[in-house]
Design a protein around this ligand. Structure first.
Ligand code: AMP
Ligand code: GLY
Length: 420
């Protein structure tokens, strides 16, 4: 088979790495990719918004299956576009991707199908939202911009004054542009967070290892929100019992709800859960693999990923039984100094040839210059390892991380420590 992966992050590098283990893979392409991906796939610089150019490329190269990494093209309808040309693709359609693309859609959907989540109200008028907050009883509250805001659209507020500021910034100052046309004002939920990944073809589903990611920039969950500074899987926080409960109370009702709405969903359903005293509740849905969770979930997957993606696209997932390794995997992200705010690019990365053989390095923001890799983004690399226990995997990752250098490198030193 010839396969195309769309995207340029650590997630896509992990997808390419795993797909390359498939016996049925003949050739692999990536648009646009990064320097690490270019070492194992043919990369091409086409804008992900340019569906026409992408479909021309697929036809020209006779690609059998396209796998979409990031949410933006899914929410913009790339799957509908490729399907209309009879091209096989892994990912949900535009309507289905609204589960991630619109908080209002997702909350209304959960309300309709009685899926446990935080209580909420939605507003399209600034004054009405402010008025509602004046009478709000709890001190903590979460304000969410409706649309995609690069993972920054949810603001956890410690008091009502902060919530008023958040609403003003989103709806009046329009810091997230049209993503702030509507807001959701949501009850604050207390608990541990865990991510549950399900791949579904709309009828059947398979469950990957549950993971935890670390969103804040600094140790101790301090600093700003980022795309994710590290991850590990499986997380003991989501015990088998809790996972079974989440499948029964969240995953199955979502799939049944989608079916009864006539919405076909083929791809990853990523359930961000809060494990509250009342059980698992949904924080958010994503319609694609997580980044950096994919960098730990895929090393634990023993089954053939290409077979799973193909079965998803052909709606034959019911024939597949997943095999997961009885190991633990950890990924720590090396970031550019300053990230998630302004940072410099073009720093020489050294030490990658000094790493132990069991270490997996997933490139995110890198570019090649001659024989060197240079930094080219906020999240630069993910360093990952899988081992019999978490402590071993962590030691391997941090021991090797110390051998990697570039000007301004920083990473969290406490990824997964609490789980030991
Ligand atoms: P989201 O963009 O919805 O995934 O939210 C980003 C992060 O904000 C989540 O991972 C949580 O840490 C936090 N968060 C979102 N909604 C809530 C909530 N209702 N209660 C507590 N924390 C939340
Ligand atoms: N790691 C969070 C996400 O992929 O959205």
């Amino acid at each position: 088979m010839k396969v195309l992966v769309l995207g340029s992050g650590g997630r896509e590098h992990a997808l390419v790495w795993k797909l390359k283990q498939s016996e049925s893979l003949r050739q692999i392409f990536c648009i646009p990719g990064n320097a690490g991906i270019a070492d194992s796939a043919q990369t091409y610089q086409i804008a992900l918004q340019d569906f026409k150019k992408i479909s021309d490329f697929i036809i020209e190269k006779q690609i059998n299956l396209t796998i979409v990494g990031p949410e933006q093209p899914l929410v913009e309808g790339i799957v509908d576009y490729l399907q209309s040309l009879k091209l096989a693709v892994f990912g949900p359609t535009k309507v289905a991707a609204q589960l991630e693309g619109s908080k209002v859609f997702a909350k209304n959907f959960m309300k309709k199908y009685r899926i446990p989540t935080a209580r909420f109200e939605k507003f399209s008028e600034y004054e009405k939202a402010l008025k509602f907050l004046k009478k709000y009883k709890d001190s903590r509250v979460v304000i969410k911009a409706d649309g995609l805001a690069a993972g920054k659209g949810s603001i956890v507020c410690q008091n009502i004054a902060a919530a008023q500021t958040a609403i003003k910034e989103i709806m009046y100052d329009r810091i997230f542009a049209e993503a702030g046309d509507q807001v959701v004002v949501e009850e604050f939920m207390e608990g541990e967070e865990a991510s549950l990944f399900v791949i579904t073809d709309g009828k059947d589903y398979v469950v990957l290892s549950p993971a935890q990611d670390f969103k804040r920039a600094l140790d101790g969950d301090l600093g700003k929100n980022t795309g994710g500074m590290g991850s590990y899987a499986p997380t003991p926080v989501l015990s088998q019992k809790l996972q079974d409960r989440a499948i029964k109370e969240v995953v199955e009702p979502v799939l049944a709800g989608l079916q009864s709405e006539g919405i076909e969903y083929r791809g990853v359903l990523y359930c961000g859960l809060m494990l509250t005293l009342d059980g698992p509740k949904v924080v958010e849905f994503n319609c694609r693999f997580g980044d950096p969770e994919t960098q730990v979930v895929l090393p634990l997957l023993q089954s053939d990923l290409l077979g799973i993606c193909q079965a998803t696209s052909q709606q034959t997932l019911g024939n597949i039984k997943l095999k997961l390794a009885a190991q633990r995997a950890v990924c720590v992200v090396a970031a550019s100094g300053g990230y998630p705010d302004a940072y410099e690019k073009g720093k020489v990365i050294s030490g990658l040839d000094q790493l132990d053989p069991e270490i997996m390095v997933f490139h995110a923001g890198t570019v090649r210059q001659g024989s060197q890799y240079l930094t080219n983004g906020g999240r630069v690399l993910g360093v990952a390892a899988a081992a019999g226990d978490l402590r071993q995997a962590l030691e391997a990752v941090y021991w090797n991380m110390r051998r990697i250098h570039f000007a301004g490198i920083y990473y969290r030193t406490d990824i997964a420590k609490r789980a030991i």
